[in-house]
Ligand binder design. Structure first.
Ligand code: NA7
Length: 554
């Protein structure tokens, strides 16, 4: 630890200048706190700053993703498309930062390496990669759900002599036109890239381990801004009612026993509609019941066969190990048609595994391919990965990495026993993972700001959950997994990642019980005086010496 005397003390530090960090900073500044954001990147934007690969865009509606806390921002900002591309989203977030006038409170190119809780002073000390340090009373993490990219562990990865990179680090200005390109990975990212570059490169080979169920995005320009904005109040009301926080609400009729023609008529309509309606506005039992899911998966499989000319390729693109919607559904624009291009080939590495990366390309069990560019669209050490990159040390020297080794443990997805005054705003088991991120994060940030106000007013210096509330939350999170088919599929929702030691297994990362229930849990806490938390007053406020001060809820 560097010399305390030279360490600046803030009321609050927020790690991360993305969607969540921007709003948290605004709220804390609004209540008069000395707050600052630190971020390893060179500008605000978080995930929308980092994901610059071709084709990167929303697959939730632009306006449902946008902030809703400020009417002026909502009315002033015009989204050009129903599903905006990454550059527009980054412009939006930059606009919000400047509109709120908070840029002076942001520090960039600052990578946090460690955060240690100081039990005597009830504060956090942060260490940075450049050797600097900062301290704060409240530490908020807004470090992203998907900000720790992971590459495959194939032999030879560093030896490739062409350009190779993870999608998160797409080189600015890379010219891929007329190049021989390999894309490894067919999640939401790979699907967007493949669709975008297929007809621009000379040769595209897609290395697919397991296919994903995809559905059409149906993006279009927004023609009538006034009409859209007039709809915002109704839109927000609807978003507040759905489990997912989107405008799509499920059909509350069980589909399992409906005649096939009847449900197929509904599915045809959904297949023609833009956005996540096909996933979140479908019959509710599709995500709960294996048989109901099978019928719908069969319907989508037929669509894939219709869109892909080569029957063998079509079969490879149809998932066999999980049902539709049990993993994150990539929304696509002419993705399946890309495989009809003569320059595009799908290589099923389930059948012919990659043996190694060579200096000139990729060697599978069957062939040796040469490339100019290899793109690793292989996903992220999701949700907890970004936490693991920082050495969080709580009370008694306990490391967060150790505490979460088997499974993340939190209360409300927001606080952790043994890590007082740390608010994991977009961490595991929080609202943000299981539902539309910005609205979920807004309720969490609003609630946290109110809690911080309460702590300040009551001169409470240390706040963390009780063990009982953390255990109860874990049970609640597990119940969510048991209810839905999403809990059975290998994906980042279940914490599975074959590229990281020890993560080839399931963990409880996501709160699947829905945004309204999470908001209700938050509301119950604040309305009842925070019974799920241990709060410790400052010795002066409680009229006792520090040694005598009680450590209990009040
Ligand atoms: P995902 O959805 O985790 O997809 C990663 C893809 O990479 C997926 O197809 C994986 O296959 C594949 N993968 C991962 N490791 C390997 C190795 N070692 N070899 C071959 N293929 C591999 O990440 P994305 O970046 O696409 O999307 C993340 C989120 O960003 C997305 O959900 C949206 O919310 C936005 P697998 O299926 O595991 O067999």
């Amino acid at each position: 630890m560097s010399d305390q005397a030279t360490t600046t003390m803030h009321d609050a530090i927020i790690i991360g200048a993305g969607v969540c960090g921007i709003y948290m900073l605004h709220k804390l500044l609004e209540m008069g706190m000395d707050a600052t954001v630190v971020d390893a990147a060179e500008r605000p934007g978080g995930t929308w700053n980092k994901n610059r690969y071709p084709g990167a865009r929303f697959d939730s509606e632009s306006y449902t993703y946008a902030y809703s806390f400020n009417e002026e921002i909502m009315q002033e900002w015009d989204w050009s498309e129903h599903f905006a591309g990454q550059p527009e989203t980054l412009r939006y977030l930059t606009y919000v930062v400047d509109k709120l006038g908070i840029r002076d409170h942001m520090q960039f190119n600052r990578t946090v390496t460690a955060a240690r809780y100081d039990e005597d002073r009830c504060c956090w000390h942060l260490e940075f990669a450049d050797g600097q340090s900062l301290s704060c009373r409240y530490l908020c993490t807004a470090i992203g759900l998907l900000s720790a990219p992971t590459k495959p562990r194939y032999e030879g990865v560093p030896c490739f002599e062409g350009e190779s990179f993870h999608t998160y680090d797409w080189p600015e200005g890379l010219d891929y036109s007329n190049k021989r390109v390999a894309v490894i990975g067919t999640g939401a990212t790979g699907v967007q890239i493949i669709s975008e570059i297929a007809d621009k490169v000379s040769e595209l080979k897609v290395f697919q381990r397991r296919p994903n169920w995809c559905a059409p995005l149906k993006n279009s320009k927004i023609e009538d801004q006034a009409a859209l904005k007039a709809w915002y109040p109704e839109m927000l009301e609807k978003m507040g009612q759905t489990l997912s926080g989107f405008v799509h609400s499920p059909i509350l009729v069980p589909s399992k026993d409906l005649p096939l023609e009847e449900k197929e008529a509904v599915w045809e309509e959904l297949y023609d509609q833009p956005g996540f309606g096909i996933w979140l506005g479908n019959y509710y039992d599709i995500l709960l019941d294996e048989d109901a899911n099978q019928d719908f998966s069969d319907f989508i499989a037929r669509k894939i066969r219709q869109r892909v000319n080569d029957p063998a390729t079509a079969e490879k693109l149809i998932p066999k190990d999980h049902g539709f919607g049990t993993r994150r559904v990539p929304l696509e624009t002419r993705y399946f048609e890309a495989y009809n291009n003569p320059n595009v080939e799908l290589i099923d590495i389930g059948e012919t595994p990659i043996e190694r990366i060579t200096p000139t390309g990729i060697k599978t069990s069957e062939a040796d391919y040469e490339f100019d560019i290899i793109v690793y669209a292989t996903g992220f050490d999701a949700i907890t990965g970004a936490f693991d990159h920082i050495d969080f040390v709580g009370r008694g020297g306990e490391k967060l990495r150790d505490k979460w080794e088997c499974d993340p443990l939190t209360y409300l997805g927001l606080q952790i026993v043994g890590f007082p005054n740390l608010f994991s705003l977009a961490g595991p088991q929080s609202a943000s993972v299981g539902s539309n991120f910005p609205p979920a994060i807004q309720s969490v940030v609003d609630w946290t700001t109110e809690l911080v106000g309460y702590l300040e007013k009551n001169k409470i210096v240390s706040c963390e959950p009780t063990l009982a509330s953390e255990q109860a939350w874990q049970a609640d999170v597990k119940m969510g997994y048991d209810k839905t088919l999403l809990g059975n599929a290998k994906s980042w929702f279940t914490g599975y990642n074959s590229n990281v030691d020890g993560l080839d297994r399931f963990r409880h990362m996501v709160y699947f019980n829905g945004a309204p229930k999470l908001r209700e849990s938050l509301g119950n806490e604040s309305e009842n005086g925070y019974p799920g938390f241990r709060m410790e007053k400052s010795p002066e406020a409680s009229g006792q010496s520090k040694e005598d001060a009680p450590v209990e809820a009040f």
